[in-house]
Design a protein around this ligand. Structure first.
Ligand code: C2E
Ligand code: MG
Ligand code: MG
Length: 752
């Protein structure tokens, strides 16, 4: 698989390469199919190799069996030759002892020695090298009296036989009597004095001899014999097809008394094994296996490619913002961490510019999200084009962008870049036929002066950005001493809050919520109070925003909820079954376990969920907070009521409201300041009330301070009211004392 992958990478590289050069069509296709095709051919080559080796094995086997057959024929041939020569040896014994030739005895002896199954046509003796007798004589009479010495054709072989003192087989040669045959000659020497007696010759019908030895009868082999006169492979061909000798035949030696013959064989079919295409069984199997393998490798490679691209997409999504294509927070922070680590060594300053678009939410609300998205994309492009290529521009979410500018010579150079960004944003943006003027507030922190860790640098740039916003927007602000002090004071306050919670400096007051028509108390809002031992009563408006930033809001929130649960039972005991509204900060929704924890708390104190309302702000309904939305739905599904607090200060979008399980809307007290004197404001409040009725939402007016406001709201059909006019937030004891239906010294302004 490793090699497969190497091939894959190589092909991917080559694909690009060749596409560039030739615009090649074939390679533009996925390399997977090419690899699969290569796999197919490789397997086919392997199969071909296998078939070749099969063919080789068959060749070896067939040669082996052929050699066995050839050896059998050789053995038979040698046996027959020896059998034919026995008569000569017997005659030699006779004449070496007895030089005199007795014609009768010769005929008798020869007749006895030559049986029918031998191939001897006749035997001749030539005492003193002159043929004196031939058996059988008839037909051979012409040869009698032949003197070898005067017969040049035969004298040489006779002399060779004499020199060899052994049987020599000559031929095939033309006989004097006609026809061709082998002639075996044996010199006979006298036993008495060792002198040459003469020659015994024998004419052998070699055609029959070879037939009987099976030289011409093989079913599978073409056999040839060579080596006339016992001269071996160099001698002339004795029998068989001369082509046998042309291509490396199988050979074996036939041993003669003097010299040898060579038997050679070739398969009749001309080849030792079938041609390659005859192995169709293997070819079919190989083809099927090749196909299967290539399909498998194609499927496997496809899966790998899909996984690869999925991983690439996931890792891209994890590091880049899908809307603008810019790096996201996670990528940025990682990069910043790396830089800080290097920076500690290199000590060249770099700056972080925290950019927040001014009034983006309003534009988003009025033009719609799609327009908002286009705007963010265009802004992203403008910022990106303002800075150098190696500076990092990231989108942190919403309308927040962060730029990392490296290699500064002096920290103030960051201001030049901030001004460039302002300038780049200045030209009017045209979005869906609307002209939009986009401004931004920029906070700057510089390494190493304003922090030596990624989190400090980001936090300080963020603080500076808030400072820029509060100093009038459209400006940049450098992190400075007073901001540092503010940051430090936040840190201090954070510690104080934790200490205060531990030392029970916190308490909860309750402010009544009045039903407009009946003028009766129907619910109360829980508001946290902090009695600091030295600083006195600290307003939640002061410490809650800090607690939200530092995260202690979670501890405060849990404290308030537990206290509310306890007080709920005290109210029931005091015959005041009131619904209790509890403020929940958006920051508390960052903890994914928050919902479970709140439900657990209510269950632990056995407080019915329907008696609790959570007040949340509009910001949590923003579209990019899907996780928080799920939490809201989970909360609502448990029976807890949801109310939108301070309605009108944020996005005031009715569409948001419609999409969430919200039961109640609380109009921010800022809207009531000039009610009923200012008719425009009255109209606004009226519109909000009517909208809430249309959406079947309860509506609460906050901050009712005067009787006129109360009367006006009643006239506008505002269901509920809350404010100093009715009651200030009170400690529980006081609330019970004042509103207990039996003993309560209830205010003259309303009845229960
Ligand atoms: P809120 O939730 O809008 O609470 C109403 C605020 O308006 C309270 O201020 C209340 O005392 C004040 N208020 C009520 N009637 C009137 C009136 O007629 N005139 C004027 N001028 N003010 C009135 P408070 O208690 O100082 O709380 C301020 C904010 O602090 C709250 O605004 C809420 O956002 C936050 N807060 C208070 N308690 C908690 C809490 O337990 N958890 C969280 N997360 N936030 C809390
Ligand atoms: Mg509230
Ligand atoms: Mg409010």
């Amino acid at each position: 698989m490793f090699y497969l992958h190497k091939v894959y990478n190589w092909l991917v590289y080559k694909r690009g390469h060749y596409s560039r050069i030739f615009g090649a069509v074939a390679l533009r296709k996925s390399p997977n199919s090419i690899i699969a095709a290569i796999m197919f051919f490789i397997t086919l080559v392997v199969v071909a190799g296998f078939v070749l080796s099969e063919q080789k094995q068959d060749t070896e086997y067939n040669r082996f069996t052929a050699l066995q057959e050839l050896s059998r024929i050789r053995a038979q041939l040698e046996g027959l030759i020896n059998a034919n020569l026995i008569s000569m040896r017997s005659l030699r014994a006779e004449f070496s002892l007895n030089a005199e030739v007795d014609r009768e005895r010769f005929d008798q002896l020869t007749a006895a020695l030559l049986s029918d199954d031998l191939h001897v046509r006749h035997v001749a003796i030539a005492p003193n090298l002159i043929v004196s007798h031939i058996y059988p004589e008839s037909g051979n009479e012409a040869a009698i009296g032949l003197d070898y010495r005067t017969s040049p054709g035969q004298y040489q072989s006779v002399q060779e036989a004499i020199a060899a003192r052994e049987i020599t087989i000559n031929g095939p040669i033309e006989l004097v009597q006609g026809g061709t045959a082998l002639i075996a000659r044996l010199p006979v020497f006298s036993q008495h004095d060792g002198s040459l007696w003469g020659i015994v010759s024998q004419v052998i019908d070699y055609e029959h001899l070879l037939d009987d030895a099976g030289v011409h009868q093989s079913d599978s082999l073409t056999i040839s014999l060579r080596g006339a006169n016992g001269s071996g492979e160099k001698g002339p061909i004795i029998s068989g097809n001369p082509t046998v000798w042309e291509q490396n035949p199988l050979t074996t030696q036939v041993t003669l008394p003097q010299g040898y013959w060579v038997l050679a064989a070739q398969p009749i079919s001309g080849r030792w094994a079938p041609p390659l295409y005859h192995y169709y069984g293997w070819w079919t199997l190989g083809l099927v296996v090749s196909l299967l393998l290539s399909i498998l490798s194609f499927a496997l490679l496809n899966t790998i490619s899909k996984l690869r691209s999925a991983f690439a997409t996931i890792s891209h999504q994890a590091q880049y913002d899908s809307l603008t294509g810019l790096p996201n927070r996670s990528y940025f922070v990682q990069h910043l961490n790396d830089l800080v680590r290097q920076g500690n060594r290199k000590a060249k300053p770099f700056a972080i510019l925290f950019i927040d678009l001014d009034h983006f939410k309003e534009i988003n609300d009025s033009l719609g999200h799609e327009a908002g998205d286009i705007l963010l994309q265009q802004v992203a492009k403008r910022i990106r084009n303002t800075v150098r290529l190696n500076d990092v521009v990231a989108r942190f979410g919403g309308d927040e962008f962060v730029v990392l500018v490296t290699d500064l010579n002096e920290p103030f150079e960051a201001e030049v870049i901030a001004n460039n960004i302002f300038r780049a944003l200045q030209p009017i943006l045209s979005i869906e036929n609307h002209d939009v003027l986009m401004q931004a507030s920029i906070g700057v922190s510089v390494f190493p002066n304003d922090g030596t860790s990624a989190s400090d640098l980001l936090k300080h740039a963020d603080l500076a950005m808030y400072a820029a916003k509060s100093s009038g927007r459209g400006t940049s602000y450098f992190f400075n001493e007073s901001l540092r002090e503010q940051a430090e004071s936040h840190l201090q306050l954070h510690q104080e809050i934790l200490k205060g919670l531990d030392r029970e400096q916190f308490s909860v007051h309750y402010q009544p919520i009045i039903h407009s028509q009946s003028n009766s108390i129907v619910a109360i809002e829980a508001l946290v109070r902090w009695h600091h031992p030295t600083l006195g009563l600290i307003s939640p408006a002061h410490f809650i925003p800090v607690a939200e930033k530092t995260g202690t809001i979670r501890e405060i929130g849990q404290f308030v909820l537990e206290r509310v649960c306890q007080d709920y039972h005290r109210l029931i005991n005091a015959d005041l079954p009131l619904r209790i509204s509890v403020n929940r900060s958006s920051r508390e929704f960052n903890d994914p376990n928050a919902v479970n924890q709140w439900i657990d708390t209510l269950d632990r104190y056995k407080v019915p969920r329907s008696c609790i309302t959570f007040e949340i702000t509009e910001s949590i309904l923003m579209p990019d907070k899907e996780r928080q939305h799920k939490m809201l739905e989970a909360l609502a599904s448990t029976g807890i009521n949801l109310a939108i607090d301070d309605f009108g200060t944020g996005y005031s979008s009715v569409t948001y409201l419609r999409n969430f399980p919200v039961r109640q809307v609380k109009i921010d007290r800022a809207f009531l300041h000039q009610v009923p004197s200012n008719t425009q404001q009255v109209a606004l409040v009226k519109a909000v009330i009517e909208m809430s009725h249309a959406l079947q939402l309860d509506i609460v007016a906050e901050g009712v301070e005067t009787e006129q406001q109360g009367t006006a709201l009643r006239a506008l059909h505002c269901t509920f009211q809350q404010g100093y006019y009715y009651a200030r937030p009170l400690p529980l004891d006081q609330l019970i004392m004042q509103f207990n239906p039996h003993t309560g010294i209830s205010s003259h302004r309303y009845q229960l």
